[in-house]
Design a protein around this ligand. Sequence first.
Ligand SMILES: *[C@@H]1O[C@H](CO)[C@@H](O)[C@H](O)[C@H]1NC(C)=O
Ligand SMILES: *[C@@H]1O[C@H](CO)[C@@H](O)[C@H](O)[C@H]1NC(C)=O
Ligand SMILES: *[C@@H]1O[C@H](CO)[C@@H](O)[C@H](O)[C@H]1NC(C)=O
Length: 170
Amino acid sequence: MRIFLVWIWILFPGCWALTGPHEAKGPLGGELSVQCSYVRGYETYIKYWCRGTMQISCHVVVQTSDSEAIVKQDRVSIRDIRTNNTFIVTMKNLTEGDSGIYWCGIEELGWDRMFSVKVSVLPAVSASPMPAPEKEPKVDATCMESPCTWTVLQVTESNSTVHSSDPSAR
Ligand SMILES: *[C@@H]1O[C@H](CO)[C@@H](O)[C@H](O)[C@H]1NC(C)=O
Ligand SMILES: *[C@@H]1O[C@H](CO)[C@@H](O)[C@H](O)[C@H]1NC(C)=O
Ligand SMILES: *[C@@H]1O[C@H](CO)[C@@H](O)[C@H](O)[C@H]1NC(C)=O
């Protein structure tokens, strides 16, 4: 039975410090860009792009501590545009191996601000089916800090019964 996991976030202001797209797609051999936005006050912090399923064990692909300058690491670049509180990550010459879970991150003493982005590299030929969805649900750990709570809804395809559970009530 296919189960769709729908993560509903009850958001608190602290969780909005860093936001971005939940997924990004680009064609094989092509490029894709991800824009992450942060709230005022984080302009001078180091911004980075990190790869790995787990927030704590991901490895930094590229990072910047500059304003405006484009920082490149092989096929990946990052640019922090402090004037509009955005940093843009661009991945070029995409290969299938580039697909995976990445994080937009802001280095902060104590606990980095992070936002997960699922990157998918699509076959260069158009009109292709989507890549198979990941079996394991990925937990967006952006809001793991204490004031944040979240609710999981499991929707079964067969009869649309909604089971809800609240893991914060453990
Ligand atoms: C991307 O591919 C093009 C064409 O193959 C090549 O000229 C270019 O150097 C590559 N860029 C990077 C950053 O690898
Ligand atoms: C911020 O500015 C850059 C460069 O002008 C632009 O590409 C980007 O779309 C802007 N982002 C937002 C969220 O306004
Ligand atoms: C929906 O499916 C679940 C499990 O398959 C079952 O327990 C439940 O009775 C069903 N509800 C309805 C309204 O059919």
